[in-house]
Structure formats: C-alpha cells, structure tokens
Ligand binder design. Structure first.
Ligand code: PEP
Ligand code: MG
Length: 895
C-alpha cells in the first residue's frame, strides 16, 4: 500500500534529505534535521504523489490519506503535548507548500491554523497574553480567508484601519486585546458576507483540509504554471504539503526569533554570523522594523551595537544554536542559512538551506572547506560560478551607494566607471590630456578612429550595436567598462546632449556606467576597487591542475598581452592585426593603403606600416616568452577604416601625395552595401597579395629578432581570416612560405611557424576536410560563424534578439553564448572532418564565446584544444574549463 504521509520531529523522521522528489525540498530538509537530532517543531509532509493522485483522479484524495493525516497529527500532539482543536491546550499548525525545486510563484504560507472562537481563549491562557492570542486569530482569519477562500486582503485592512481610526491611533500595536476581539468579530462578519452567509470555519479539521486543498490547488494556478514554464519544471513533479506545529517567538521576553549563517556570507570568514529579535515574529526580522541584535559578542563589537548579544542575554540558547551550526555545516558540507525561533527559552530550528554569498565569500569558503577536509578540491572548484569572478576583476559599484537611473543598454564590458560626458574621441583625448579630467565617451557607435579616445576614457556608452559591436569588443579587450546599444538613450551630437524619458545630460555632466549590468546612472556612484585575494590565487592553482583545455587571450597591444599573462593566459589565440593600426599616426597610412588604386601605391603605404608592424610583433613575442602567438592577417571590413570627414580625407590625400578629390572618388568606389560580407578577410589578401606579404615579412623578421636575441623558441601561428575555399588558403600559404624563405635567407636564421585558418563561414566548416590539407590549425571565429549561420548581423541584431528572447524563440543571445544546436553542429562537423584529414589538428576558438562558461563546456565536449578570450575573461575561462573537465551539464546555449 502506498504511504502518503511522512512524519518528522522528536528526534526522528520517516523521510531524509535525499527524498526531495517525494517530500519536496522543504519537507526533505525538515526530515533530515529531525534525524540529526536538531530540534524541529514536529510535523508531517503529505507527499508529492498525493498531488499527482489529486490531479489524476478528478481532484480527489487517496482513500487512506485522511487516516494517515489523523495518525500523523496524533504523533505531533504527543511530541508537543498539545491537542489540535483543544480549548485548553490548542495545537496550532502552519501549512506550507514545498515542491522539489523552490517555487516562489506558489501559495503563501498559512500560520496559526487551529484557532477558533474557543481555542483562542486557550492560547490566551497558555501564553498569559490575550492580546497576542487575538492578534494571532485575526491574522489567521485574514490569511486563511485570502489564501483558501479567495477573499481579498483589502476587506480586512479596511476593518483594521477603521479600528485604529476609532481609537485615534496609528499603529496596530496600539490596539488592545479588547479592540482586537472586536476586529475579529468584524472579520468573521465580513467572511460571512463575502461567502453568501457561510461563516468562517470553526471546525479545525475543516480548516486543515481547506488549507491542504488550497496548496494542491495552487500547483495549477497561473503564477505557478508560468514559473514552471520559465524554469523548465514539469507539472508531473507536483508539490508536497508541510504541516508543522507552530512555535512562537513573540510570547514574551524569553522568546525570540532570528536568522543566522554558519559562516559570514559577505567575507566568508569562519565565524558565526546572525541577528535576532527578542519577543518577535519571523517577519519582523526581515521587515527591518526594529533594529536586530547580534548573536555573538564579536558581532556586537564589530557593529558597535548597544544591544546585548544573544551570547550574553541567552547564553544557554546560544550555546545550543552554535552547536547546531557546526552540526548542520558538517552534515551538509556547505555554508548554511538557518532560521530559528526561541519559545520560552526553548530553541527550535525552522529551516536550513545553502546560504547565498558574495563571490569573495564563495572563494574563501570553498578554499577553507577544502583545507579543512570538509570537501575535496574538485568540489571546491565546482562550487564557484565562473561568471561571478567578474566581480573580483573590475571595480564594482558600491552596493550601498545611492544612485539615480538614467537608462539601460547591454552589459558589454564589465566594471563600473564614472566620468564627465564627452561626445567625441578627440574631446576625450583633449579633456584627459589637457584638462586632466576623467571622461565617459558617449557615441551612437564607435569606429576604429575612436580608438585613442576609447583608450583614455573611463567608460564607453553607445546607443547602437550589440555584444560584438566595435565598442563592445574593443572595450572588453581593454578591460574598459562599456554599456552598448542603449537604444532608449538619444544622442544629439550637435546639441551635445543625451536625452532619455525627459532627462537631459549635457557635455561635462557626470554619469556612471555599470558595464556588468548595462545600467547608466546620473552623477557619480561610488565604486569599490577589485582585490585579488589569496583565496582567488589558490583556487586558480587548483583549477590549472584539473583542466585539459588551454586558455589563451585575444590581445594586440603590449598592455593587453601583459594583462593576459597576469591573469594566466597560455598564449595569444587571436591578434587582430587591423586593430594595431587604430593609432592616429598609423591609421592614415592604413587608409592610404586601402584607398590606393595601384599596387605601387599600396606598396608605398605598406612600406610605412612595416616598421610599426614588426615592432608590435617583437613586443608581443617578448611579452609572451615563448608561448604560442596566433597572428591573424588583415581582416578589415572596409567601412571600419574608410575616412569620413573632409579633414580625414585631406589627411590621407596629403600623406599619399594626391588630390583630395581622388581620395573622395576612391572612397565612393570602395563603398559597400554589405561590408561584413564584402571585400574583407582573405579576399583582400587574394586581390592584393602585397598586403599579406608585408605582414608575413613583419612576423618573420620579428620572430627571428626575438628568437636570436633571447634564445627562446618563437613559433608564430599565422592565421588567415574568412576562408571559404581550400584554394584561397593554398594561394596565400604559398606566398607566406615564399616570404619566409626570403626573410630566413636574408637573416641567415630561421624559425618554425605554422599557417592555419579561421573557420568563420559555414562553407569552411563543411569543407574542413579539404581545407585541413593545407591549414595546419583551425580557430573557430564564432562571431562571424554565428553571423553567417544565422544570417543575422552581429552589429544590428541586439534589439530584435531581445524580442526573440522575450518570446522564447532563442533562450540566449547567440552572439554571447554559443548556439550549440546550429553553430555548435558546424563546429563539430569541422573538427571531425579536419581531424580526419590531419590527425591531431590543433583546434581553438577565438570568437567572443571563448570567454563564456557554457560555450567553454561545449568546446570541451567538441574536443577543442584551447579557448581564447579577452584578457579580463581569462580567469573565468580557466575556471569554466576546469569545471567542464570535471563533467556535469552546462545550462546555456541558444535553443
Ligand atoms: C570572429 O569572427 O569570431 C572573430 C574572432 O573575428 P572578428 O571578431 O575579428 O571578426
Ligand atoms: Mg571574424
């Protein structure tokens, strides 16, 4: 025969923590605490199987349920020494729902069930406090009537307000027992009126079954259905019902209630941490109406509190609570968040669950617990959310600081920053250099010529573009906070204002960006500096012993490369060479090269770029000290580099020694309607071979220089972008090999090198078998691969992707977290076909997904050798890679 009801309390229980499916989370933990001998108010759980039965059988209960409930109630009465429905010694109970997964959308709790016109008198006598008894009764009538009978709260609130008005008082606490007696009578009249003459139930069993029915009924209410849909919780799971004897923390000076943590949840220190209120109910602590007292003397001193600590005023109870703290933490092997009530000097535990904590505390607790031998190092690694490390790597907003919201965009590059608003990159540079100001650069969107201004700015705000827009990618690379695509904000360059919903901010006004949330605030909001504590370093050391995926960084500048090394990068996975020409001096030569009409013109401009390029590579090779460096040859979507203003055109014309009208004409001729799919990537190398020749020369000369100088091995990995056909790669590799031969002969010194390709087009993925005949390594450029697979512009998709997500078409932005069913499938195909041709083919990923934990999980499964991400994401990627190596499922992905 199926058992439907499971008792707990009195030092034992019929359930256990691992019976969550049957008893729900709350019921299983209450049972577990009872088994551990922790004092839990006795009670019982009606299993989730009853819920399933209820809905499967026309909303009826199993035949034996009533009998089991009565028996369980009898056990509770015996343990606690009170009787349900008794006039003299009434047992009161709470009724709560409790599903397998926590479901905030479910029914509210019903407290004090079992009170009626007679038992309220018993409670008054037992507590010696009639006011308390009648206050409990009126609260019960309101709660029950609302949850079970569906009568709106306002009906009761009006009566209570009237009672206060009649007496001329403003607080509930100013009402006496007699006042509350009258309120109770009026409440009951109201119930009768609302229920067409049916009175409030006086039969306590009718009350109980009404509440049980309401819990099961709430499983199918709209809130719960929506919550389940959003969190993938199947309706078949059902909810359990927990019925538990009431204990009161508000029955006098020897009563109290509080919350506590087994360790400090904000610092992670192994110290008992908590607060309590004497003579109060649970909600009073949370509601913050009264100032709570500290549990420990240390806590009291730390807070400079005048109120006595529990350690002083209730020493016996404190000792018992502290012992339970140790017991529960040792048992659950994690920091616990507990609720307790003390009734007439007797301690009762109401709840225990895994406590929420800051990232700093999470690291400390995990490392300490591993050192204490409570958990293994592997478990410690699994406990940290990789994305949360961001909090430690960038300044963050002080949570206590006041703030005024201006608008919101995408959280494009984490960290918080304040500064004066400027609207152009030149102004940013001017204000910082000459006026010594801190600035926030505000642009509709950024382009390569803004790079200098972006570099000196504290933060960057754009109103257009997505997570892989120029501003977002460059800002992440620099570690500069950035909010991108804040569409609701209007930028007026002429008036030098930003406007949103009636608020106007002008040039020189201070704003604050939170690049971790995408929020923009008016004025300066205080920030907290990052602190790389010892625990962080320790955990990272452990992480590196576990992971099998290597972690590289996307970096071009010496600063980025040095940052990447500091964060533990094991090489550069993507050096975007076009980014090396953003500097104002270089961009002119770069434009001259792009705009040149003849090979000769291009070669003249390229000769100017060569020394810069060579010097950049020398610095990169030196910083990376023999670690692999993947250099991608030019891949400039032309629109990013063409001059716009008359001034820029004049500059290029002067440099090239031609008339500005010629530059204009060439500019117009090069205009493309779809530059992302235009004359970019290796197409440029195919049409103008001299460009890649110059770059190959710079790489080989630099490699020879550093190798000869330092005696270290330097193995450049030369990478060709946007390849779609093997023949493209054949042609380009031949010319690179030729350049290598020439340089090595000139220098009488040679180095090893590899030539590989990015996989950024579906065609390349499908033809990977052929391409791998020439390509010596693959790196998945998942920004473009996502763009080309979805046929969706990486710069324009932000706004509609949000709508798609809201409508549940895609769960995630595919430019932020890899689309595993689509783009991921192409990666798997390419990996398999590539390695079939060239066993051991080195595979990496260098799109933005290389720093996303769920995507890293995927890369582990797909057999990649490394991930490459922006320097500030390197620690996140290292941790995510270790977690991926330890197994388990990843929760993200587009579909
Ligand atoms: C990519 O497409 O994923 C990539 C890394 O190249 P880029 O972002 O420079 O186009
Ligand atoms: Mg690309």
């Amino acid at each position: 025969m199926t058992k439907w009801v499971y008792s707990f309390g009195g030092g034992k229980a019929e359930g256990r923590a691992d019976m969550k499916n049957l008893l729900g989370g709350k019921g299983a933990n209450l049972a577990e605490m009872s088994n551990l001998g922790v004092p839990v108010p006795p009670g019982f759980t009606i299993s989730t199987e009853v819920c399933t039965y209820y809905y499967g059988n026309g909303e009826t209960y199993p035949e034996t349920l009533k009998h089991e409930v009565l028996a369980a109630l009898g056990r509770v009465e015996e343990i606690i020494g009170l009787k349900f429905g008794s006039t003299a010694d009434p047992l009161l109970v709470s009724v709560r729902s409790g599903a397998r997964a926590s479901m905030p959308g479910m029914m509210d709790t019903i407290l004090n069930l079992g009170l009626n016109d007679l038992s309220v008198e018993g409670l008054a006598k037992r507590s010696g406090d009639p006011r308390f008894a009648y206050d409990s009764y009126r609260r019960f009538i309101q709660m029950y009537s609302n949850v079970v009978l569906g009568i709106d709260h306002h009906n009761f609130e009006e009566i209570l307000d009237e009672a206060k008005d009649d007496k001329g008082v403003s607080q509930d606490t100013d009402l006496t027992a007699d006042d509350l007696k009258k309120v109770v009578a009026k409440y009951k009249d109201k119930v009768k009126e609302q229920q067409q003459g049916k009175p409030f139930p006086q039969d306590v069993h009718e009350q109980l079954w009404g509440a049980v029915g309401a819990v099961f009924g709430s499983w199918m209410n709209q809130r719960a259905i929506t919550y389940r849909r959003l969190h993938d919780i199947p309706a078949e799971w059902g909810t359990a019902v927990n019925i538990q004897s009431m204990v009161f923390g508000n029955m006098g000076a020897d009563c109290s209630t509080g919350v506590c943590f087994t360790r400090n949840p904000s610092t992670g220190d192994n110290e008992f941490y908590g607060e309590f209120l004497v003579n109060a109910q649970g909600e009073d602590v949370v509601a913050g109406i009264r100032t709570p007292q500290q549990l420990t003397l240390a806590g009291k001193n730390a807070q400079s509190s005048d109120l006595p600590a529990m350690e002083e005023c209730m020493p016996e109870v404190f000792k018992e609570l502290n012992a339970i703290r140790h017991k529960l933490e040792a048992h659950y092997k994690d920091m616990q968040d507990m609720e307790f009530t003390v009734q007439q000097n007797r301690l009762w535990m109401l709840q225990t669950r895994t406590g929420k904590r800051t990232t700093k505390a999470a690291l400390k607790i995990a490392v300490d617990m591993a050192r204490e031998g409570l958990i293994t190092r592997k478990e410690a690694i699994k406990r940290i959310d990789p994305a949360s490390l961001d909090q430690l790597l960038h300044p963050t907003l002080d949570p206590k600081a006041p703030r005024t919201m201006l608008g919101r965009g995408l959280p494009a590059s984490p960290g918080a920053a304040s500064g004066k608003v400027v609207f152009s990159a030149e102004d940013a540079e001017d204000w910082v250099k000459n006026r010594k100001e801190r600035v926030i650069l505000v642009r509709i969107e950024t382009s390569p010529e803004d790079i200098g201004g972006m570099h000196v700015s504290e933060g960057i705000l754009t109103t257009r573009g997505g997570m892989t827009s120029h501003a977002a990618v460059v800002a992440r690379g620099m570690g500069t906070p950035c909010v991108a695509g804040a569409g609701e904000i209007r930028v007026d360059y002429a008036a030098k204002t930003i406007k949103v919903a009636g608020k106007v901010v002008g040039e020189g006004d201070v704003i604050t960006l939170d690049g971790s949330t995408g929020e923009v605030f008016i004025g300066a909001v205080a920030t907290i500096q990052p602190e790389l504590t010892g625990d962080f370093g320790t955990l990272m050391e452990w992480v590196d012993t576990i992971r099998t995926l290597k972690v590289r960084a996307n970096a071009e500048t010496p600063l980025d490369a040095a940052t990447a090394r500091k964060f533990g990068a094991e090489g550069i996975g993507l050096c975007r060479t076009e980014h090396m020409f953003f500097d104002p001096k270089r961009i002119i030569a770069m434009r001259e090269m792009i705009l040149a009409e003849t090979e000769k013109g291009r070669r003249t401009a390229l000769a100017k770029l060569l020394p810069y390029q060579r010097q950049d590579f020398i610095e990169l090779f030196e910083i990376m000290q023999g670690l692999p460096v993947t250099i991608r040859l030019l891949d400039p979507p032309l629109h990013e580099f063409l001059p716009h203003s008359e001034e820029e055109i004049a500059e290029v014309a002067k440099e090239a020694g031609v008339d500005p009208s010629m530059v204009k004409a060439r500019n117009a001729a090069l205009h493309e309607s779809n530059p992302m799919l235009g004359h970019r990537g290796c197409r440029l190398g195919i049409t103008y071979p001299e460009i890649y020749e110059m770059q190959a020369r710079a790489i080989f000369e630099a490699a020879v220089h550093v190798s000869r100088d330092t005696g270290r091995t330097v193995v450049p990995e030369i990478m060709i972008p946007l390849v779609g056909a093997k023949k493209e790669l054949d042609l380009l590799k031949t010319s690179i090999d030729k350049e290598a031969e020439t340089v090595f002969a000139e220098q009488q010194y040679s180095v090893k090198y590899m030539v590989g390709t990015m996989i950024e087009l579906p065609r390349a993925a499908l033809l990977a078998g052929e391409i791998a005949q020439t390509g010596e390594f693959f790196s998945f450029g998942t920004n473009d691969l996502t763009q080309t697979t979805f046929g969706m512009s990486r710069d324009d998709s932000g706004p509609f992707i949000e709508v798609y997500r809201a409508k549940g078409i895609y769960e995630h932005d595919p430019f932020a977290s890899l689309d595993q069913p689509g783009v991921g499938e192409l990666i798997k195909i390419a990996a398999e076909r590539g390695r079939a041709t060239r066993p051991g083919l080195k595979l990496g990923i260098c799109g933005e997904h290389g720093g996303d934990p769920a995507s890293i999980h995927f890369c582990q499964g797909a057999g990649l050798d490394y991930v490459s991400c922006s320097p500030y994401r390197v620690p996140i990627a290292r941790l995510a890679a270790a977690q991926a190596a330890l197994g388990g499922s990843s929760s993200s992905g587009t579909a």
